[in-house]
Write a protein that binds this ligand. Structure first.
Ligand code: PLP
Ligand code: COI
Length: 373
């Protein structure tokens, strides 16, 4: 089947944020607090398919309170970043990988697929229009949030919504964690789980996060930064954090970082999110001579292998968090420190490599960087 051609109407904002206020927002962007001047929207209905594509001023969506998304949570989203490189070019990192995952999430949530070209074009239009919002400071970027919601008005649940809205918004981003690259601590969720076999764990859908906030709340109440989820069946296997995948570093030592290191990350069992950063690192690490393995790690092994010194580092990875060291684990029965509790050399080497590719300071052998403007 040929993909439906989507043409965007362009409506620039008559009241963009003044340059001084934008500069102030860019000075300390934090994460996801301020938004650029424009957004993209595209409507979909059963009869018309994708239509009414617009680049328009950023602003509230007016919706009927009976819209299905408010009641049944039929919603998916993505997260990717645009980077300002030293040459002045603005690039995105692997936007087609996000487009493909968006459509896998859509399929699981019984929502329509969006042609990948339209997903990428929507991002290109928004970032080009709002390019002044792409930060120039080291490691800062423009976080891009595409999403789709069910807009049909009605409370019946006899079928998925026959109407949707796709939108893209963007927000300048600094470090996701306020302490930057300092190691985070994680709290093991024992009472609650995030995703079970056959559920929605591999989809990037709001409900996974809504159901996970209680675990995150408990993490914060116990003085930790993030919740770590175990598998729902046995409550034994480590899956991922609330918004990041996990990597365990075996060996590596401090001298000659990475030479004999081996990375292990939980395999994609269907209950965790297939992170694009995770997949990129599985490709990048062997380029640096670091072995990689997708496998199963139990909570017990995590503790024992840290205590024996076999696990030397652990890090979390994701678009928002980039690569963030994990320094300590806590649970109702106590806790343990990982390595020295400080950022490890393998973690930092991979982080430098990934950021180097994204910011154009290192070669991009896998063609991941997508020039926008
Ligand atoms: N796991 C969860 C639950 C997430 O929300 C994210 C963030 O997107 C990730 C993992 C990492 O995915 P990615 O690297 O594609 O950002
Ligand atoms: C991302 O990294 O893009 C996410 O969606 C994770 C979220 C915790 C911000």
């Amino acid at each position: 089947m040929t993909e439906q051609a989507i043409t965007f109407a362009i409506q620039p904002s008559a009241h963009p944020v003044p340059a001084a206020a934008r500069a102030e927002a860019l000075a300390e962007p934090g994460f996801g607090r301020v938004f650029t001047d424009h957004m993209v929207t595209i409507a979909w209905s059963d009869g018309r398919g994708w239509h009414d594509a617009q680049l328009r001023p950023y602003g509230p969506l007016t919706m009927d309170p009976a819209s299905q998304v408010f009641h049944y949570g039929q919603e998916i989203f993505e997260g990717l970043k645009a980077y300002r490189q030293a040459s002045g070019a603005v690039v995105a990192f692997r936007p087609r990988a996000n487009a493909a995952r968006f459509n896998r999430s859509a399929a699981r949530m019984a929502m329509p697929a969006l042609p990948e070209d339209a997903f990428v074009e929507a991002i290109e239009l928004l970032v080009t229009q709002d390019r002044e919002w792409v930060p120039a400071a080291a490691e800062h970027s423009l976080y891009i949030r595409p999403f789709m919601i069910a807009t049909y008005v009605g409370l019946g649940v006899s079928r998925p919504s026959p109407e949707y809205l796709f939108a893209v918004i963007a927000s300048p981003a600094g470090a996701y964690f306020s302490r930057g690259v300092q190691p985070v601590s994680v709290w093991v969720a024992e009472e609650y789980t995030r995703a079970a076999a056959g559920g929605t764990g591999a989809a990037k859908t709001g409900g996974n996060y809504a159901g996970g906030f209680i675990g995150q709340l408990q993490a914060v109440q116990h003085g930790c930064d993030q919740v770590v989820w175990l598998d729902a069946a046995e409550r034994r296997w480590v899956e991922e954090l609330g918004g990041m995948n996990l990597f365990f570093v075996y060996g590596g030592g401090t001298a000659g970082a990475g030479r004999s290191a081996r990375l292990v990350t939980p395999a994609l069992t269907g209950t965790l999110l297939p992170g694009i950063t995770r997949e990129s690192l599985l490709t990048l690490a062997p380029d640096l001579g670091i072995q990689v393995e997708e496998g199963a790690i139990s909570l017990q092994e995590w503790q024992a292998d840290c205590e024996s010194g076999e696990i030397t580092e652990v890090f979390a990875c994701g678009t928002a968090a980039v690569i963030t060291p994990v320094g300590a684990v806590r649970s109702s029965s106590g806790g343990w420190t990982i390595g020295t509790g400080e950022p490890g050399p393998v973690t930092m080497r991979l982080r430098d490599q990934l950021l180097g590719i994204q910011f154009g300071q290192l070669p991009d052998p896998h063609g991941w960087v997508h020039k926008i403007c």
